[in-house]
Design a protein around this ligand. Structure first.
Ligand code: MN
Length: 355
């Protein structure tokens, strides 16, 4: 599998192994999704451990370089693998293992747990740069989202409940081929659009409202993320002005994206412009984030983050302005970082539309 070599680079010697227990990282390495289990990577061998419920499916689906084992007692099986491979120390996922799990591992495993190096931090950095096959899955998730969005726009008119739109969208996203929705879909109207993560309710859209869609799909584990703000019936001058500022900020960030740029450069391109227009205090979140097996991944595109962008990172560009008790506007696309610039993975127009 494409990701195994990168982990082997993390291991200092033949007597060490990585123990991966989180669902996303088990899936990242093995390509197999299960509610529980473990992946062990040594210099020479990779093991996927699953229980009875998943054993047949795992054997059929994973790459043959990975040894699939069925466990009844996970610590016992792990100890056998460690013994067979002469493993003395293991590395675990600091940001994914709970304190209880850590205590159990410490008590039940016959190896030392090395706390110097964190395999979860390392994997977050590795996962930030996507392979072509990962990017294809993200694009597929985006295409499903776009098709569903265009279909649901037909339902959006004064008198329609926010929840009705969310439910229709979820149905369409699944019908159009997604494994599931990428997060609880945000479909909110009117004053509620000033809440960046507002929840759909039985509020009804009315003429003169903004309506915000923050939506996404999951395809073979990979997420998409897109936000569009549309006007219902009409938009007044203030709505148009704010929309234009957010769209220009989005484009300014987009222009800065390329291999070698800093995350802080991208964020400040959008933020400084919104500041200049007098709305800086109404833009309280970062300009973007990585997207992949999880909806929020590295890197965080924020003014304090000096991470250098690399080719094939996939990040969002999503500035917004939120005026309390009035309305909010956010516009978001996923962008692939290339050697020479930015490549949008979205194909939905961003000029203000009135439905
Ligand atoms: Mn996002």
């Amino acid at each position: 599998m494409f990701n195994i070599e990168k982990i082997i680079n993390f291991l200092p010697d033949n007597n060490s192994a990585a123990l991966i227990t989180s669902a996303e990282n088990r899936r990242y390495i093995s390509g197999f999704l299960s509610s529980s289990g473990a992946v062990v990577v040594t210099m020479l061998n990779v093991y996927l451990l699953v229980d009875f419920r998943y054993f047949e499916a795992a054997q059929k689906s994973v790459n043959k370089d990975i040894k699939v084992l069925e466990y009844k007692n996970l610590p016992e099986s792990l100890n056998e693998i460690f013994k067979d491979n002469n493993i003395k120390r293991i590395y675990i996922e600091h940001s994914r293992v709970t304190l209880n799990e850590y205590e159990n591992l410490k008590n039940q495993l016959n190896v030392q747990i090395d706390k110097e190096k964190d395999i979860s931090k390392y994997l977050l950095d590795v996962r930030a740069v996507k392979t072509n096959s990962e990017i294809e899955k993200i694009i597929k998730a985006q295409k499903i989202t776009e098709k569903s969005y265009l279909e649901v726009l037909n339902y959006l008119k004064p008198g329609v409940e926010e929840r009705k739109i969310a439910i229709e969208l979820e149905y369409l996203i699944k019908k159009n081929g997604a494994e599931r929705i990428a997060f609880d879909l945000i479909t909110i109207s009117g004053k509620k659009t000033s809440l960046p993560h507002g929840e759909p309710s039985n509020n009804m859209a009315k003429a003169g409202d903004f309506f915000t869609f923050d939506i996404g799909a999951v395809f073979e584990g990979y997420h998409s993320d897109m936000t569009r703000t549309v006007a219902v019936g009409y938009a007044d001058d203030e709505m148009k002005e704010i929309y234009d500022i957010v769209l220009t900020a989005h484009k300014k960030a987009y222009k800065k994206i390329k291999e070698g740029s800093l995350c802080s450069d991208i964020d400040l391109a959008a933020r400084d412009y919104i500041d200049q227009k007098g709305y800086g205090k109404y833009f309280g979140h970062s300009t973007g984030h990585g997207v992949g097996l999880e909806i929020h991944e590295e890197p965080v595109v924020f003014k304090t983050n000096k991470t250098v962008l690399k080719e094939n990172m996939v990040i969002t560009d999503e500035p917004g302005i939120y005026l309390p008790d009035k309305f909010g506007v956010r516009i978001e696309d996923m962008i692939r970082v290339t050697k020479n610039g930015a490549e949008s993975l979205a194909n939905i127009d961003k000029d203000l539309i009135i439905v």
